[in-house]
Design a binder for this molecule. Structure first.
Ligand code: R5P
Length: 288
């Protein structure tokens, strides 16, 4: 039985279809004062899967997740596999300045204490978040699903990471598609002049696919698109796992020269074209 929280109902349905499983009806609404109410309206058993991304509105989605998990626990179920496709608060996984909360740690503990027995997430911002749990936690990769979409839609692409940190994603995709990959490197030409360009490859007249884990404000991708335009890329497809897409991020990306933007459905958005349902379903099938 699969339970989809408010933030992930379509994805939960796709996972249920992939697993030939059924969806459990969930009533979730708010009281007039804004407090959340949930009711699980089906008979569930051991091995139930809860799917809930904890992106915007993060706090509401988290509270709903805690309520679902605790309610299932109270029904006597011990094995509650919890899929958190996008793990909110994941970017504050350590204390960068004295006195800061380690938000990812707090959130992990609360999820675990609410009753989760296993965690499945997709491209966590830091793999080390898995270690914040005392229960099995798996960091799955959406790159095979994204690679398959690129393979069907772009001929002979260059896969490009917008910075060195995302190079692992570009390599993962280029290994699957057997194509070239590179990253944008910042070179300091003089004390006040910095140039950013593809490290090794000439992108002139090439179809380029940019890959990153998250697009938030869009600043990183806007910068990358402008550089690729300057270097003569003939087509720019922008891809990411988690479309956080704050405010007018998409508009800025298209204005910077992107021809297409595609993301997975870890979060709902107008570009969530690639589903991670099979990635999640395969991992769940292996673990049962
Ligand atoms: C950085 O570590 C991430 O991989 C992304 O590049 C970053 O979160 C994107 O943020 P923004 O869209 O605000 O530039």
């Amino acid at each position: 039985m699969i339970i989809g929280g408010s933030s992930s109902q379509k994805l939960a349905a796709s996972i249920a279809r992939e697993m030939d499983d059924i969806l459990c009806p969930l009533e979730s609404r708010k009281f007039p004062d804004g407090e959340r109410y949930i009711r699980i309206k089906g008979d569930i058993d051991e091995g139930v899967v809860v799917v809930q991304s904890t992106g915007y509105p993060q706090d509401e989605n988290l509270i709903e997740l805690f309520l679902i998990l605790k309610t299932i626990r109270k029904m006597g179920i011990k094995k509650i596999r919890t899929v958190i496709p996008y793990f909110g608060y994941g970017r504050q996984e350590k204390s960068f300045n004295h006195g800061e909360a380690i938000s990812a740690e707090v959130v992990s503990q609360l999820i675990q204490e609410s009753g989760a027995s296993e965690i499945y997430s997709i491209n966590l911002h830091e793999e080390s978040i898995c270690n914040l749990f005392n229960i099995p936690a798996y960091n799955l990769s959406a790159m095979p699903a994204i690679a398959s979409f690129i393979g069907e839609n772009v001929e002979d692409p260059v896969i490009l990471a917008p910075d060195k940190g995302a190079l692992g994603f570009a390599h993962e995709i280029s290994n699957i598609l057997n194509c070239e990959s590179d990253y944008l490197e910042k070179i300091r030409l003089s004390p006040n002049k910095v140039e950013t360009k593809p490290k090794n490859l000439d992108v002139d007249n090439r179809e380029v696919v940019i890959i990153d884990d998250i697009i938030s404000t869009g600043g990183t991708i806007v910068n990358a698109c402008s550089i690729l335009k300057e270097h003569g890329a003939s087509r720019i497809m922008v891809s990411c796992v988690h479309p956080v897409l704050v405010e007018d991020a998409l508009l800025k990306i298209f204005a910077a020269g992107a021809d297409e933007v595609v993301s997975t459905d870890t979060l709902k958005s107008e570009v969530s074209t690639v589903s991670v349902a099979s990635v999640v379903a395969d991992a769940l099938k292996k673990s049962f």
